[in-house]
Design a protein. Structure first.
Length: 545
């Protein structure tokens, strides 16, 4: 006897029938394991309901990126399982996906964001288990794996996108704190790129590839100068990935003679910006040199050193020249107007020379781009302040000659001027990384007070940025441009809903369904090679209806 059909459920009897008729390929092998829906059921259409509409598209897309990079499996293997109710690696993905899709605090995630999205259905963590305390402890559990995560991602992204790590772009930014940050020794006041000198900050040094893929980062004290971070970062990257075939591309803020000597040690190769003051030594080349056109509006000129070990690259940009010329004119007018007002004040009323000198200093400081054009003196004559000023035509001539010009320095003497300039201009990728982390991923301000939590917060932002860049690379290869935010916004409109179908016999059929994508959304998914699920399984941890 194969089966006694009288004791089988309706679905199993249907499977046996279809298997006997051969209407389903392979049904004779697995009909008892497959869910076979009844052919029909009577539904009370007047009582059909939609419950628990949740945001699905963006978090689902983020989860697909995690799977593509193999991060779920890697982190699960790295983080040891103990007696915790929810695995720490799963809680880490709550933090990363929230940072990617809707950056917010741990408290907001626990009280609002998690319930609003389909993270429960993707990760299988009940809402009651997601609280700010568990999220904070997930940060603590994640931080020790920073270095292994960076090494894994470097190799994985290199395999996926055939990346070359010959050109390493390094730059530094800062991000500020709200609060005293008394528990973080690295939180110090320093030069703020966020225009918040009133707040403590930390500095973040980031290394990316020529296409902007992140390689690694380090967190430094908020009052450390950019140039003081270089040697530590170079040694750290070389200790992980080796020294061979590396070319360091650095902004002029990183450069000092001490750092140049450090880079020359053991044959390190580099392309760096130079301080603008060094242009003075190449005045003759600016006047009479032979220029090579990189593209319309941009020219370069190679100036090898006498010993042939280095090359200085003069660059001249027409667009930059117009911008700097307009700035000089604007600041010159401001200074001149301010000086005339001070002259009038001195002639009408008795003024103290020291006070006038202070006002002149502030005026020149606010308009420093044209301050060198003016010679200003303040004297005391018969107890009154007397102001005298004039313009230096020699300064104006040099300004007109050097407007739009800047200079690079490299020991790659075999490269052409065009190749050196194109490599250096890739630094914009590092700048773009900081811009994305500050705007789209909202790395600032930092609210954490403990140093370990601060560093873990930055690591979560780093992982979210890796997913961002992965999607950007996929968009580029699919011909969808280079702006992942638009894709997140569009696919983020897809929802997950619970559909309740009351039947004639009093039972309810419950289905967790994904809303049908629009034609535009379907095209985006098809270009990315992703298949949107039609339904999600209702698990035991799902909230009751």
């Amino acid at each position: 006897m194969v089966a006694y059909l009288g004791n089988l459920e309706e679905e199993d009897r249907e499977g046996v029938r279809q298997a006997a008729q051969g209407s389903r390929r392979g049904a004779h092998r697995d009909y008892l394991r497959e869910e076979v829906s009844p052919r029909w059921v009577e539904v009370d259409v007047d009582r059909v309901e939609i419950r628990r509409c949740r945001e699905f598209g963006a978090v689902w897309l983020g989860w697909q990126l995690i799977a593509k990079l193999g991060l779920e499996t890697f982190l699960a293997g790295e983080m040891a399982r103990g007696r915790e109710q929810v695995p720490w690696d799963t809680m880490c993905w709550v933090l990363v996906l929230s940072r990617l899709c809707d950056p917010s605090s741990e408290l907001y995630i626990a009280e609002h964001l998690y319930a609003r999205t389909a993270l429960l259905d993707l990760l299988g963590v009940p809402e009651r288990c997601v609280n700010d305390d568990r999220l904070y402890r997930a940060l603590d559990a994640l931080l020790p794996h920073k270095r292994r995560l960076e090494s894994y991602l470097k190799e994985r992204m290199g395999e996926l996108f055939k990346l070359s790590y010959d050109l390493l772009l390094y730059d530094v930014t800062s991000t500020y704190f709200e609060g005293e940050a008394a528990g973080s020794p690295q939180a110090q006041r320093g030069y703020s790129r966020d225009k918040r000198p009133d707040c403590k900050q930390v500095c973040i040094g980031l290394v990316v590839s020529r296409c902007g893929m992140p390689l690694g980062y380090e967190v430094f004290e908020g009052n450390r100068h950019d140039s003081k971070t270089l040697q530590e970062m170079v040694v750290e990257i070389e200790s992980r990935y080796g020294r061979a075939d590396r070319i360091w591309v650095l902004d002029r803020g990183m450069i000092s003679e001490k750092n140049i000597e450090f880079l020359k040690q053991e044959g390190r190769r580099y392309i760096v910006g130079t301080p603008r003051s060094q242009l003075k030594a190449y005045q003759q080349e600016l006047l009479e040199g032979s220029w090579e056109e990189v593209h319309e509006g941009l020219e370069v000129q190679l100036c090898p050193t006498p010993n042939g070990q280095e090359t200085f690259i003069l660059c001249r940009s027409a667009e930059r020249r117009e911008k700097e010329k307009a700035m000089h004119v604007r600041f010159e007018m401001r200074i001149e107007q301010g000086l005339r007002k001070l002259e009038t004040a001195c002639s009408r009323n008795r003024q103290q020379p020291l006070k006038i000198a202070e006002r002149v200093g502030r005026l020149l400081g606010r308009n420093s781009r044209a301050a060198g054009l003016f010679t200003v003196s303040v004297e005391e004559v018969n107890g009154r302040a007397r102001l005298a000023w004039s313009k230096k035509e020699q300064w104006r001539q040099w300004a007109e000659l050097s407007e739009g010009c800047y200079m690079l320095r490299s020991n790659l003497t075999e490269w052409t001027g065009t190749e050196l300039w194109e490599a250096y201009i890739q630094l914009t990728e590092a700048e773009a990384a900081f811009r994305i982390q500050k705007s789209d991923l909202r790395i600032r301000p930092i609210w954490h007070q403990k140093q370990e939590r601060v560093q873990a917060h930055i690591l979560v932002c780093f992982l979210a940025y890796v997913l961002w860049r992965t999607l950007g690379k996929m968009c580029h290869e699919a011909g969808l441009g280079d702006e992942p935010r638009r894709l997140f916004d569009e696919l983020g409109k897809i929802r997950l809903v619970d559909v309740i179908l009351p039947t004639r016999n009093g039972k309810e059929i419950k289905r967790r369904c994904v809303t049908r994508p629009t034609q535009h959304q379907a095209i985006l998914l098809q270009r990315l090679g992703m298949v949107l699920p039609l339904r999600m399984k209702i698990t035991n941890c799902s909230e009751d209806f």
